[in-house]
Write a protein that binds this ligand. Structure first.
Ligand SMILES: Nc1nc2c(ncn2[C@@H]2O[C@H](COP(=O)(O)OP(=O)(O)OP(=O)(O)O)[C@@H](O)[C@H]2O)c(=O)[nH]1
Ligand SMILES: [Mg+2]
Length: 116
């Protein structure tokens, strides 16, 4: 019989993308059961924007890895340099976070994910 837990030995890389301030880092902390000021928590910021990608392993499923990407559309990361900067091709799943309205960046991200 096939081992029904086989999936848990497989590495799954989940990219969290979306505009700055949409709650990507906060979502990771919620999944990990951390508060923003706990050690190992993803930095959450009301005003600034994140510049680097963070890697967070699920505590119970180390093969499940969340990648906290910098926000798109901050001026620093626009459509021209975002994909290369965040290694957009290198993930298995993509979660697109939106905030308030459906922006041009959201539509563009959907298109990029569909292409892959
Ligand atoms: N009310 C509310 N505020 C939230 C929620 N998620 C995040 N925030 C707040 O929104 C702000 C930005 O959250 P972050 O998680 O840092 O957003 P981000 O998408 O990681 O932003 P960048 O790293 O700049 O791309 C913080 O002040 C959070 O406390 C939510 O679900 N509800
Ligand atoms: Mg962030």
């Amino acid at each position: 019989m096939e081992d029904s837990n086989q999936w848990s030995n497989t590495e799954v890389n989940v990219a969290l993308c979306g505009i700055s301030g949409s709650g990507k880092s906060q979502f990771i902390n919620t999944i990990l059961g951390l508060r923003a000021d706990d050690p190992g928590a993803a930095p959450v910021d009301a005003f600034g924007s994140q510049r680097t990608t963070g890697q967070y392993k699920h505590p119970d499923q180390p093969g499940l890895i969340f990648w906290d990407l910098p926000g798109i559309g901050t001026g620093e990361f626009g459509k021209d340099n975002y994909l290369e900067t965040v290694d957009f091709n290198n993930y298995d799943f993509y979660l697109i976070f939106g905030q308030g309205r459906f922006y041009e960046e959201d539509a563009w991200l959907v298109k990029q994910v569909n292409r892959r």
